[in-house]
Design a protein around this ligand. Sequence first.
Ligand SMILES: Nc1ncnc2c1ncn2[C@@H]1O[C@H](COP(=O)(O)OP(=O)(O)OP(=O)(O)O)[C@@H](O)[C@H]1O
Ligand SMILES: [Mg+2]
Length: 463
Amino acid sequence: MRQPRILVVDANGAAGLPYAGLVARLQPMDLRVEKTAAGAAAALERDAWDLGVVTARDAGTAAALAAAVRSADAELPLVVVDAHPTVAAARQCLQAGAGDYLELDSADAQLEDALVRLLSAARRRDAEEVLRRAVERPYTFEGFLGESPAMRAVYSVIDRVAASSVDVLVTGETGTGKELVARALHQRSRRAAAPFVPVDCGAIPDALMESEFFGHEKGAFTGADGRRMGLVEFADGGTLFLDEVGELPLALQAKLLRVLQERRVRRVGARQETSVDVRVIAATSRNLDGMVERGEFRRDLFYRINVVRIDLPPLRERGDDVGLLAEFFANRAAQEMGKTVSGLSIDAYQVLKNYGWPGNVRELQNAIRRAVAMTRSATPDVEDLPDEIVAAAGRVVQAGPGDDGFFPRRAEHVARFEKQYLTDLLARHHGDVSAAARDAKLPRGTLYRLMKAHALDGAAFRK
Ligand SMILES: Nc1ncnc2c1ncn2[C@@H]1O[C@H](COP(=O)(O)OP(=O)(O)OP(=O)(O)O)[C@@H](O)[C@H]1O
Ligand SMILES: [Mg+2]
């Protein structure tokens, strides 16, 4: 850490500094002595300081110097050391904004205490500043990026239900972050130290399902040449994540329901049951309610896992999160690839904003990785994005200078608004351009130029 920088104001300059012991201790710090209020003000103007110390030997000067320092810098921690302390001077100094008022005769230690206190307050402010800046960066929650109202609602539910062991059903289109939700719930629960066991229900061959889920004893079936623990048992104490739960065959749904209700499993071929303590988080991109109606998913299992539901919004409903995520993925990909890339061009953002993102965050992530890999520029542009995305995003209004990429048709809206305003204005003044310009507080020339840009003719408003 850098040395604290201390500005001392003393009418006699460095030579006259009365607190020798303290100066010795302060020496390793960055210490500077000014003799006048003006000199101090100039130093405060020029450089950044951690602490100001005013020393005075004449009654009355202390408060004046303190006030001068304070008016040059409203924030600087300030301590006054007075050789002729009076109650009135103390009050004046403190009113002028000094953090401390000490008498010169008091032990060096007291002064040092005050310095330490003020400096640590300054450091705390620095730390708070760093924190504040960190907070101002895009809002993140357990690996999630995004500050749209829809996502904030999701964070809030995760926050509320994570600690309880309640089972959760996570729904949402592909690539919306369902697994991220499951991991966040696990991470924020008392089970965090125990295993998080993801099971892709669509990827296990039917014939192996039972033994995968519940385990088996040696010789339970041909090929079972040893005992094996099932995934449910493996998740004991932790979280079982049933991904794409809608893919489970009906026969297994019944067995799973039993296990979840009894909290006991029986390995295939075993006589005895083992008790297990698992929290179940299930996810699906299918419409489970519809599957229940059609008899493709057991109603009782559905009720069992649908205690709390978290529905992830599709990316196209998350507003400016698209921009945030794109920026983040671009920087991360650039880092991984060792390229210098900062953000994307405004036109590229417009394409991303216009596109519908059927593959949601995962699709965005891949598109951005590709753009960063392809680009020869420091700000990847439309031509670096996958053609299908550009084509599907449709025509994009060219962004003008100073135009904000997140509002693709802003220029259009502004132009329409401007024309409407001018039309009303001219109508009100019956085409009298001078009167209209005065009313709008515009130079006449400017008004003429705007009328020309919008093909408006004053004569048309005369009657
Ligand atoms: N809000 C987000 N912020 C940052 N990264 C995200 C966010 N949402 C998703 N991701 C990332 O996008 C990818 C897809 O997320 P995830 O695997 O959780 O989606 P999913 O809903 O399970 O998808 P699928 O249904 O296809 O399995 C992951 O790499 C994940 O880290
Ligand atoms: Mg998934």
